[in-house]
Design a protein around this ligand. Structure first.
Ligand SMILES: Cc1cc2nc3c(=O)[nH]c(=O)nc-3n(C[C@H](O)[C@H](O)[C@H](O)COP(=O)(O)OP(=O)(O)OC[C@H]3O[C@@H](n4cnc5c(N)ncnc54)[C@H](O)[C@@H]3O)c2cc1C
Length: 546
């Protein structure tokens, strides 16, 4: 024992244990020194952190820094609130709401009303969209952030060195920089596209006249939401997607549910078509498309779609130019985003990147999730650093049926060769959905085979984006389907679909042996023998006389 527990041996074990950590620290240190050695480090700094970009990521980063009493400057070159407030989530959800009312009115008969006239001015709907932006604007305003202790500069930031940022003719020194410059619509190289004034998610909100015939290029969430909204407001919409299905991140059956819903409302959905060229002929505009796998040179185009307006929504590219990172040789990924490590650091140890400019997810809630990690790591990383956690990321596409997801779907589980079981609950069965005339959709839960551990959930149903929250919580905190089943859900609510999905799983995993035993027990209590269940030996009771 004394040999085994000798100080020398114990010390060797400890060394062996901490060696990888020390090695990692040394590698980190060497890398940091290499990139920083060419830059003069100021003796003292004006700021603890400078945040570039006041969108979903930058606002949260600045707020966290100010909350923990760091000196922080937030720089925005355009509008406070970034994409989400001005050209993204907020205007799109406002437009979707108006469009939903138009759609509900058109199907008024199913709710007991006679024909309802949808009479409106398109410009009033677009004015309402702007009003909603204005109403939310104060949440992200300069005044609010300054009152919370953030120093805000409206101007274009340029990173001069890992320690210096210029804005409005001033040069500010800082210990850390957080880049949150977002992304912009990607414009694909379509022949002659520049001959027409095309729309993107940046300028579509300025429309005052309703497009008669609208082509939406792109079958992702933005393209699909806007396709449905404009169609519901009365535009004749053709949606073109290069891949064989729209909503390419979702399982084919879910994407097909959405496509079928769009078609039933009058949208022409062309999945599997590549946009090749814009043609202007006798004052009429056309988009020429080829079916997938066919090249432009192979004869006549398969589709010649006339349009009044074309909206390009084929993806978003990170804003990585114009603010100095090329001069610093900040590393960029193959996807064109800023390359960051698990702590959201770029190849400079004091420059971080968050949100759309870094990816991999391009959502408001992931930008703010990343903001926490980058800010805490920047300000307190010398004590403890946190690895960004992408294990439970939900998202939603706000179309009908609304599609929300967290974790894996079947397509991903198969491609990653992860074993799974699927449990489904058909929303058509749900009392509340039936009462609301929204009895369509599905809850699809993937679990570890034989266990109630949730691998992922897709909900396609009215309010799916809200309903998925229960599963997000369950996955985040390791709660299985049995726990959801054991939780009271109010009757009649849409949230019950989560419990009923769990109940489906339970039914498929009922313990047959225990139920057999229970059956025998009850029969024994009834005093019956096997095979005598249906034979009655009793007579009509007669009152016993005393
Ligand atoms: C139509 C549409 C609908 C969407 N709907 C949803 C949704 O429903 N839910 C959801 O989660 N997400 C949605 N998104 C995505 C969401 O808007 C983005 O993921 C989110 O805004 C990203 O935040 P960010 O902070 O990374 O960038 P942004 O919000 O784009 O902010 C970046 C900011 O940086 C500024 N900037 C850039 N360069 C400089 C510079 N050199 N100096 C100073 N400032 C600079 C820009 O002006 C901008 O304000 C939608 C997007 C679109 C386009």
């Amino acid at each position: 024992m004394s040999d085994v527990l000798s100080p020398g041996l114990l010390f060797s074990f400890v060394l062996l244990g901490i060696f990888p950590l020390i090695a990692k620290k040394l590698v980190d240190f060497a890398r940091s020194r290499k990139v920083l050695k060419n830059w003069d480090k100021p003796a003292a700094f004006d700021r603890d952190v400078i945040v570039i970009g006041a969108g979903s990521g930058g606002l949260v980063a600045a707020l966290i820094a100010a909350t923990v009493k760091a000196k922080v400057t937030l720089i925005e070159k355009n509008k406070m609130g970034g994409d989400c407030l001005n050209t993204g989530c907020v205007p799109s959800k406002a437009l979707i709401r108006s469009a939903k009312l138009a759609s509900d009115m058109k199907r008024g008969a199913s709710l007991g009303f006679s024909d309802m006239e949808v009479d409106f001015n398109f410009s009033d709907v677009m004015d309402r969209v702007q009003r909603i932006i204005k109403q939310i604007e104060p949440h992200d305003s300069v005044e609010r952030f300054e009152s919370l202790g953030v120093d805000v500069e409206i101007g274009e930031a340029e990173i001069l060195s890992p320690y210096l940022v210029s804005v409005n003719g001033k040069v500010l020194s800082t210990r850390n920089i957080i880049i949150a410059t977002g992304a912009e619509p990607f414009i694909p190289p379509i022949k002659n596209l520049h001959q027409v004034e095309y729309l993107t998610s940046d300028n579509v909100w300025d429309l005052q006249e309703q497009p008669g015939r609208l082509v939406v290029l792109g079958g992702g969430p933005i393209g699909t939401e806007l396709t449905q909204a404009f169609n519901r407001l009365g535009s004749q919409v053709t949606q073109v997607e290069m891949l064989p299905q729209i909503m390419t991140r979702e399982d084919p059956e879910i994407a097909e549910m959405v496509a079928a819903s769009l078609r039933s409302e009058g949208v022409t959905v062309l999945a599997g078509y590549t946009a090749m060229e814009v043609l202007v002929e006798d004052g009429e505009k056309y988009l020429l498309c080829q079916s997938a796998g066919k090249s432009a040179s192979e004869g006549e185009p398969d589709k010649k779609i006339p349009f009044d307006e074309i909206l390009i929504a084929v993806g978003r590219k990170a804003n990585i130019t114009g603010f100095g990172i090329q001069k610093l040789n900040v590393e960029i990924t193959d996807r064109g985003t800023i390359s960051v490590d698990d702590y959201l650091r770029t190849n400079y140890p004091n420059i971080y990147a968050i949100g759309d400019v870094a990816g991999p997810y391009q959502f408001t809630h992931t930008a703010s999730h990343m903001a926490w990690y980058a800010t805490v790591n920047a300000l307190f990383g010398s004590f403890k650093k946190f690895k960004v956690d992408y294990s439970v990321i939900p998202w939603s596409t706000f179309c009908t049926p609304e599609v929300a997801r967290v974790g894996l779907n079947e397509t991903e589980a198969k491609s990653e060769q992860i074993e799974y079981e699927v449990t489904r609950y058909d929303v058509a069965e749900l009392d509340r959905a039936i009462a609301d005339e929204e009895g369509h959709g599905v809850v699809k839960v993937l679990t570890v085979p034989g266990k109630d551990k949730i691998l992922g959930v897709t909900i396609a149903a009215d309010h799916a984006g809200d309903l998925i929250a229960e599963y997000v919580l369950a996955m985040k905190h390791g709660l299985g389907l049995n726990k959801i089943l054991g939780t009271i859900h109010i009757y009649p609510t849409l949230a019950e679909m989560n419990k009923f999905a769990a109940s489906e799983w339970r039914k498929n995993h009922k313990p047959d042996w225990a139920l057999d035993l229970a059956e025998k027990y009850h029969r024994w209590r009834r005093g019956k023998k096997p095979g005598t269940e249906n034979t009655s030996t009793e007579r009509r009771p007669e009152l016993k006389s005393s």
